[in-house]
Design a protein around this ligand. Sequence first.
Ligand code: UDP
Length: 286
Amino acid sequence: AIFHQGDIRDLDFLDTVFASENFDACVHFAACSLVPESMEKPFKYFDNNVYGMLCLLETLKKHQTKMIVFSSSAAVYGDKKKMPITEEDIPSPTNPYGESKLIMEKMMKWADMAYGIRYVSLRYFNVAGAASDQSVGEDHRPETHLIPIVLQVPLGIRKNLVIYGNDYDTEDGTCIRDYIHVEDLAKAHLKGLDYLASGNPSDVFNLGSRKGFSNLEIVKTASDVTGREIEYTFGPRRPGDPARLIASNHKAKEILGWIPEKGLDEIIRSAWEFHQKHPHGYEGDN
Ligand code: UDP
């Protein structure tokens, strides 16, 4: 593959990339994706995510690239009472990040109607874990995601973690999320491409495991996997967080033939192996 670095909102840049090859399809990952940041800086999300999507769709139209696999999010759903969430449930985001992803989905719908650009929108639930050979894993600056933060405690990078909120309407009072392994996620994209290449219509799919784990259960599992005590304290709720997000994955199974193969233990174990090998991320490798 050839790597071109540029800004998704730069039409000239996109034009150059799309003129360099005849692309059959586009897999669109480029976006901001942090719930708390989006609550503080909503315009950043409408600019980079929504306007970025407009630039991309214009480019796809111009260069006649008629298939797109899109990274959507469970954040489009918002605070649902009934679990697991199905694709039929009406989206109602509780933060600008989820709102931006929902708008991006709608833009693709109308691009399909008008220009025949078909899409598969993959609504990711919580993705974590690392490549089985530890070559690729999470390295965000700053880190905000639960599993890498939890693992920073046994790594000795932080003394403890703060769990945001223990007064949610859940069994132990902490938020519940549905985790999938990044390698299972990657496979779903290939299935999405095959689905579109076979001429199927645009559609939306949840990517989750149908199992929910509370933030406290994540800490407990990480403690079991690493064999270390993990200290935590409770802090206030993080604005924009829904209490529960658990996916029905029935549709992805039936239509794409996708089932997540790796469970929470394996997700945390692979992340732990990666972080032990790269305690300071990729930069520390040099
Ligand atoms: N979380 C937490 N402490 C942290 C980071 C995250 O309690 O230091 C919680 C967060 O409030 C949410 C869950 O962990 O309930 C998952 O958050 P994350 O940012 O990993 O993913 P999100 O669900 O926002 O996509």
